[in-house]
Design a protein around this ligand. Structure first.
Ligand code: NAP
Length: 497
């Protein structure tokens, strides 16, 4: 038989390679990205299992009033799928969903998505994986890619009497769009990025808006300027111009993100912007309520062009007395006051540590993911897991965050994973990371993260695990790309399939 040229291995045209079976879990930004890249390489034996009836992940689930992305739209796009027509600097949720749906269609990915297929278990045996869905469908795979998102499982607050509320009540990621909010008394519990977008959108549009704040947030003011027709035409006709703008946004974001992980000195300029914004609040009592007691950037910053205006609206109350319980008519605070409500929105965030759970994963020798992750979610560079051959993750535990657009991070990780895939498919092998380098890598990441403002800033946040250590890599996108440029093959165990 004729020798196979190395480029054919990379293209997936190897007799064994091109038939490699891929199952991607999740049809959000990362899952679609991986499918695009696999198709580009000539792989066709792939399927994306999506638990919902639509693709789009976060941008399918979050449909609350004011939903938008506070990362500039051009940067929150795939670097290879330019959208010259973003109407303003920051894009609204539905426009983002439309963009990603359009790209999935344009790159021929939609037919590979199987909807209503929630994966319950993945079991590795004899060189291959078997995935079983809630309905009992079984999908075999040589390579599993999890693209299940980090901020996906809503956290419901443990508040006495929550179920007794007789008005409409929902988590922000499950917003009931059938309810007309005009003339309603609306309560929002929480003051993170989701809440502040909702409050900004609803202030003055509902009868009364009560914002229940447990901890004040630092707010970095941004301006959502429209992209003029000329600007859009410029991006349309000149890819070079668009690329320049993309790179400029990327370095601005990295510089701001880097501030989170640098010295106090390095954070000064950014912090001052937040202090000045807070100082713009006219009423000293309200300003005091909104003044955080921890370092800027300890919690993920709120980027907003209207939150501080919104909370100064005469129909908005910022309630800082702790919530005692919920009753059928509304929320009772510790001072005994009943805040009567028609609608109660729970802007209480997500379980960022659930990762790919509740899926049950069993790797080689019957070792389960729960066992491997008993102490800490051990992985090699966030993307592979000891004892789990050919099990690849995008945006897995300790991926970078807060320093770049998550889209760029996913692209860097996918570029790395494709190098593993070339080998897995081209050479018919399994790759499993060794435990030692995985532990060493994780320790290094955790030590750096502990020193960042996320760890030292004196706050609680979804960044922290139960030991109080941030679960994010502090690397910027440029640093990550450099780290991931070439795999250290010695850190993997390679076996024939
Ligand atoms: P979050 O930042 O985790 O905020 C949750 C809020 O709920 C906090 O204010 C928290 O208070 C409060 N809370 C939780 N349980 C509570 C309870 N039992 N009683 C009272 N208050 C309670 O959640 P999020 O706003 O949904 O944002 C999560 C992340 O999603 C963001 O950090 C960001 O990464 C991402 N996001 C991004 C965008 C974007 O535009 N790119 C938009 C929205 C969200 P404490 O602070 O006291 O815990």
């Amino acid at each position: 038989m004729a020798e196979t040229h190395p480029s054919e291995l990379r293209q997936g045209t190897h007799p064994r390679g091109k038939n490699t079976r891929f199952v991607i879990i999740g049809a959000g930004i990362s899952g679609v990205l991986m499918a695009i890249k696999l198709r580009e390489r000539g792989f066709r034996n792939l399927v994306i299992l999506e638990k919902a009836g639509q693709m789009g992940g976060t941008w399918r689930d979050n449909v609350y009033p004011g939903v938008a992305c506070d990362v500039a739209a051009h940067l929150y796009s795939y670097s290879f799928a330019r959208n010259p027509t973003w109407r303003s600097r920051y894009a609204k949720g539905p426009d983002i969903w439309r963009y990603y749906h359009g790209v999935a269609r344009q790159f021929g990915v939609l037919p590979y998505i199987r909807y209503h297929q929630e994966v319950m278990s993945a079991v590795y045996d004899d060189g291959a994986w078997q995935l079983t869905t809630r309905d009992g469908e079984v999908y075999p795979a040589d390579v599993v890619v999890t693209a299940t998102g980090r901020l996906h499982q809503p956290v419901m607050p443990q508040i006495e009497g929550l179920d007794s509320f007789t008005g409409a009540r929902f988590h922000t990621a499950r917003w009931d769009t059938s309810i007309d909010l005009a003339g309603k008394r609306v309560g929002v519990i929480g003051t993170g990025s989701s809440s502040t977008q909702i409050v900004t959108a609803l202030a003055g549009k509902v009868e009364r808006l009560s914002v229940f704040q447990r901890t004040a947030q630092w707010v970095f003011p941004v301006k959502d300027t429209p992209n003029s027709l000329w600007t859009r035409l410029g991006f349309w006709f000149s890819e070079k111009r668009w690329k320049r703008y993309y790179l400029q946004l990327r370095s601005e974001t990295e510089a701001r993100g880097k501030a989170a992980t640098s010295s106090e000195e390095g954070r000064k300029a950014r912090d001052q912007v937040c202090f000045d914004a807070l100082a713009s609040i006219r009423d000293p009592d309200l300003r005091a309520k909104l003044t955080p007691d921890y370092a800027v950037g300890c919690k993920r910053l709120v980027f907003s062009d209207g939150f501080y205006n919104a909370v100064q609206h005469e129909t908005v109350d910022v309630v800082v007395d702790p919530i005692e319980r919920v009753v059928p008519e509304g929320v009772v605070t510790k001072d005994g006051k009943l805040h009567e409500l028609d609608v109660l929105a729970l802007a209480t965030g997500f379980d960022a540590h659930a990762y790919i759970r509740p899926m049950q994963v069993t790797g080689e020798g019957g070792v389960t993911l729960d066992e491997v992750w008993r102490e800490l979610p051990l992985s090699y560079r966030s993307m592979t897991v000891p004892h789990m051959p050919n099990f690849l993750m995008i945006n897995g535990p300790y991926s970078p965050g807060g320093t770049s657009s998550v889209v760029g991070i996913a692209e860097a990780q996918v570029d790395y994973l494709l190098q593993l895939i070339d080998r897995i498919a081209g050479e018919g092998v399994t790759l499993t990371p060794r435990e030692e380098p995985s532990r060493a890598w994780l320790q290094g990441i955790r030590e750096k993260a502990k020193e960042s403002v996320w760890g030292t800033g004196g706050c609680q946040s979804w960044y922290l695990d139960k030991t109080g250590t941030p679960t994010l890599d502090t690397s910027t996108l440029s640093e990550l790309q450099a780290q991931l440029a070439v795999p250290e093959w010695g850190d993997y165990i390679e076996r024939p399939r």
